[in-house]
Write a protein that binds this ligand. Structure first.
Ligand code: ZN
Length: 317
């Protein structure tokens, strides 16, 4: 069984301006490293599609979606919040982010691929039901999770988020819905300061990473906090909000992950899924130092390719 890679050219129309960290060159940087390392040749490449509106409306209000269409500028850029620019091509890109994510979801759930990586932008995990923020407009991972439940009739869907920032939007949309288990690891306290504390929600596990935390602290949190919750929940599919801004070179957070930590988490998830024969999907979130991002995301994708469990740390059950 293969690994699918999904991307689309319409993201170039989402122009965030020269000085913004979330820019089109991120995807270019990733694909350059994928090709230079030979990983690209091992993937099945797909051109992404635009979204179906009903998928978006499971996660966002109609009024919110309508408002985004009304405010999109014909020329130049506007700021939707302090750090979220919108240009004339933003909605087309955001709709392709959603459509490409759901396309990748459908493919892994229909057995086309064992797992898949959606290289999309704009990202999604900060987008709440009625609010754009943190570079995000539509919550791609939450939309995929709701489609898995409503269209594919999955009853237990786990969402793992290792972006350096808490995925407040995903929690806003999926909170206290027992079909979904939300496992998150992020710098705390830090942006978005939304105070989604796990003792207030029935389906949320937070791993707090203090400023300066390295990959060892992250790995410990995953094994001690994520893994037992994942085993109890026994998901039928895993959706990963894959952010790479916990890297020590990233300008948008204050964590100290190395390249190899992103290979480790990919292998950890892949091993878990291989042993239980469950499909998984990774959806791109952050990662802003182009060199560090290209290398770490390539290692992550390389980790998805393994057909046999690769780690010794996990015991079977
Ligand atoms: Zn982030």
């Amino acid at each position: 069984m293969s690994t699918g890679y999904y991307a689309f050219h319409q993201h170039f129309g989402h122009d965030t301006g020269e000085d913004h960290p979330e820019q089109a060159s991120r995807i270019t940087a990733l694909e350059e490293v994928l090709k230079a390392t030979g990983v690209w040749d091992k993937l099945i490449i797909h051109e992404g599609k635009s979204a179906h509106l009903p998928d978006i409306l499971r996660a966002h209000s109609k009024a919110y979606v309508d408002q985004l269409h009304l405010i999109q500028p014909e020329h130049g850029t506007i700021l939707v919040d302090d750090d979220t620019p919108m240009s004339s091509g933003t909605l087309e890109a955001a709709l392709h982010s959603v459509g490409t994510t759901t396309q990748a979801l459908d493919d892994v759930l229909n057995g086309v691929h064992r797992n898949a990586f959606a290289a999309i932008r704009p990202p999604g995990h900060h987008a709440e039901r009625k609010k754009s923020m943190g570079f995000c407009f539509f919550n791609n991972s939450a939309i995929a999770a709701l489609r898995a439940a409503d269209v594919h009739h999955m009853q237990r869907i786990a969402i793992l988020d290792f972006d350096a920032h808490q995925g407040n939007g995903t929690i806003d949309i999926l909170q206290n819905d027992q079909r979904f288990l939300l496992l998150s690891a992020f710098q705390h306290p830090f942006y978005p300061y939304t105070h989604y504390e796990q003792n207030k929600y029935t389906n949320l596990i937070n791993v707090h990473l203090p400023q300066g935390a390295d990959g060892e602290i992250f790995r410990k949190g995953v094994i001690e906090q994520w893994e037992p919750a994942l085993r109890r929940f026994a998901p039928e599919v895993i959706i990963v909000s894959a952010g790479f801004d916990a890297h020590r070179c990233d300008p948008m957070a204050e964590l100290n992950f190395e390249d190899r930590d992103f290979l480790w988490i990919s292998e950890w998830i892949n091993d878990y899924c291989l042993k239980r024969r469950i499909p998984w999907l990774a959806v791109l979130e952050g990662g802003y130092n182009l060199k560090a991002f290209g290398t770490s995301a390539t290692l992550f994708i390389a980790g998805m390719l393994a057909q046999e469990p690769t780690q010794q740390s996990e015991t079977t059950n």
